[in-house]
Design a protein around this ligand. Structure first.
Ligand code: GLU
Length: 495
């Protein structure tokens, strides 16, 4: 049997470090068994999925060197590899489930489900569907369908007993069926949910091992049930530990840059990023810290993965990246990488028009545009002094700016400016007054060219990271403060 693994990201935002982590272990597992690694795009959430996000995921995995043998861009014999193009396949499989009475149509209105959930909350019961439509007779169902009543399709779940699922790292996991909801498999708009599409695709794409994040453990019983209903063998499951921030909370962009784009823009060597991700919960038999992808493949044993949440620490990554640069690159290679991948025309040309208007000699250029080349700037508290706000006020304003920028779907100077302007009005500041600390956070000084131009070029990840850094210079936002600000912020957004 050929081992086949996959990574199945949803293209709903920046390419996440967690996606690269899961991709790496799937890639290495497949390679170490002479198998295949494939890439599938799970874009059934049409509202949140974007082609830009898909492209960024492909670009960043390629940048890391995790090539796939089948995928939306390279094709393959099990395509299409984009779920939004597999509608007919899911419809066919939904019919099979309905025919087998393994699934049923549910006509309950959103209002009824809301009332049900509220009642369950009041009675401290597990929230979940109560099986109301499970008992509809065939002719009732047909009549409703004929009358055009909207419906979803739900999974039939045993009402009692225990479901045992196997996990490569955890052994058998027992979960009571009573805890498993009658999952929606097909939404009212006819789109499948993750569960149906994922199971159907893993089967049809011949996936033998599903290595994914541990946040999916609770879905395993539903998936196992679907495999049984279809009469298919289930792939072997392996749930990886979640990456964590240094304070042990789940890795989140509120605390740590989570986008691969950020690490790329920061100028980390991709080899070092992969090496570091390879050390998240896993180690070489001789515990060496620095190893190549090929060495990882050579010595790979998934059982060496430990389940304690691995900490993704930027300082350790920087240390490892430094070792890679010093020990693995000749000066010529260093030059090639520096100029080829990083310090190149594509990056520099967009801000030359602004620099040109401000220099007298070429020697002025570096001092003027140094902030476009560095990572975090050495900002001092004094630089953030504001004529209208005290430090807490500046911190509050920057936190709101950060939240606005985190929510932006498009990243260009007009959109960024419009957002900052709207926020300034909402918090009673003139645009210039709100721009001032943003200038300092992004450029280190308020005398530079337009900060929105800089942000557009630096990209969302570096811009947000710098604003987050300025907030830290101002003392950071504690959990309690964060909650209060969040409340204020939400009121703003509604107004
Ligand atoms: N689309 C899911 C995700 O983004 C895939 C989970 C899985 O691998 O089954 O995490």
């Amino acid at each position: 049997m050929t081992i086949r693994t996959r990574v199945a990201p949803s293209p709903t935002g920046d390419p996440h470090v967690g996606t690269a982590y899961i991709a790496l272990f799937n890639w290495v597992f497949a390679r170490s068994h002479g198998g295949e690694f494939i890439l599938r795009i799970e874009d059934t959430d049409q509202q949140r999925s974007t082609p830009e996000s898909e492209q960024m995921i492909l670009d960043s995995l390629r940048w890391l060197g995790l090539e796939w043998s089948e995928g939306p861009d390279v094709g393959g014999s099990c395509g299409p590899y984009r779920q939004s193009e597999r509608g007919d396949i899911y419809a066919e499989h939904t019919d099979i489930l309905l025919e087998k009475r393994a699934a049923f149509r549910c006509f309950c209105s959103v209002e009824r489900l809301d009332v049900l959930r509220a009642e369950q909350m009041t009675n401290k019961q597990m929230p979940g569907y109560d099986g109301h439509c499970l008992h509809l007779k065939d002719d009732e169902v047909q009549a409703k369908v004929a009358a055009g009543e909207p419906y979803v399709v739900r999974l039939k779940v045993p009402s009692e007993g225990v479901c045992s699922v196997n996990d490569m790292l955890r052994g058998t996991i027992d979960i009571d069926w009573a805890q498993i909801d009658m999952q929606v498999l097909v939404k009212a708009d006819g789109m499948p949910t993750y569960h149906l599409a994922n199971v159907v695709d893993d089967h049809l794409m011949g996936i033998t091992h599903v290595i994914r994040g541990e946040e999916w453990i609770n879905s395993a019983p539903k998936h196992q049930l679907l495999y049984q209903y279809f009469g298919w063998d289930m792939p072997t499951l392996c749930h990886m530990p979640l990456l964590r921030n240094p304070d042990k909370s789940k890795l989140s962009k509120r605390k740590n840059p989570t986008s691969i784009n950020y690490y790329r823009r920061m100028g980390y060597l991709p080899e070092a990023v992969l090496n570091y991700l390879g050390r998240m919960g896993w180690s070489m038999p001789d515990e060496r810290e620095k190893f190549t992808l090929n060495e990882m493949v050579e010595h790979f044993d998934i059982q060496r993965l430990s389940l304690g949440g691995p900490i993704f620490d930027q300082e350790k990554l920087a240390w490892l990246s430094g070792r890679w640069i010093r020990e693995n690159l000749t000066v010529d290679q260093f030059a090639d990488r520096l100029f080829g991948e990083w310090l190149n025309d594509d990056y520099i040309k967009p801000f030359l028009p602004f620099a040109k208007e401000r220099v007298e000699r070429f020697t002025d250029f570096i001092a003027l545009s140094g902030f476009m080349f560095t990572g975090m700037l050495d900002i001092k508290l004094d630089a953030l002094t504001h004529k209208k706000l005290d430090d807490t006020g500046v911190k509050r304003a920057l936190q709101f700016v950060l939240w606005r920028l985190e929510a932006l779907r498009e990243w260009d100077k007009d959109t960024i400016f419009a957002e900052i302007k709207r926020l300034a009005t909402a918090i009673d500041l003139k645009v210039g007054e709100l721009m001032q600390p943003i200038f300092v956070a992004i450029a280190g000084t308020s005398s530079s060219w337009s900060v929105v131009d800089s942000m557009a070029i630096l990209g969302p990840d570096m811009s947000r990271a710098r604003i987050r850094y300025a907030i830290d210079v101002l003392g950071g936002v504690s959990k309690k403060e964060g909650k209060r600000l969040d409340k204020e912020y939400k009121q703003l957004s509604e107004s």
